[in-house]
Design a protein around this ligand. Structure first.
Ligand SMILES: [Zn+2]
Length: 119
């Protein structure tokens, strides 16, 4: 698989941005099909990944703490609470477990919910 930087227009603000080799590689490592992001990094940072489910990996989750972090396809991390986990908590206790999640903006930053296993 050969990666190269790609120039893409943001669907939200219309600015051109670079879909970097690093991001493409991160997606590859997650076992995902290469999928160009629709939004530029600054629109993505504003929490507007768009509605629906996004693929990610568990970075870590502690049932005793009741929360953890996941890694998004662009390599950034998002907090999630056990109340945002759907189904078996044991699955998300495994590092690098592939998951689906949704995100929302809260007073304390981005938070993932509807976290569940990606099979
Ligand atoms: Zn944008």
């Amino acid at each position: 698989m050969v990666y190269r930087d790609e120039m893409l227009p943001c669907e939200k603000c219309g600015k051109k941005f670079i879909y970097t080799v690093e991001e493409q590689r991160a997606q590859g490592m997650m076992g995902l099909e290469k999928e160009s992001p629709a939004l530029c990094p600054s629109c993505r940072e504003s929490g507007e990944l768009g509605p629906g489910l996004h693929p990610g990996l568990v970075k870590w989750f502690s049932e005793s703490k009741g929360f953890g972090f996941l890694v998004q396809a662009d390599g950034s991390e998002v907090f999630f609470h056990q109340s945002g986990v759907v189904g078996d908590l044991q699955v998300v206790e495994q590092e690098n477990a592939p998951i689906w999640y949704e995100v929302k903006e809260t007073d304390r930053g981005l938070k993932a919910y509807n976290v569940h296993v990606r099979e």
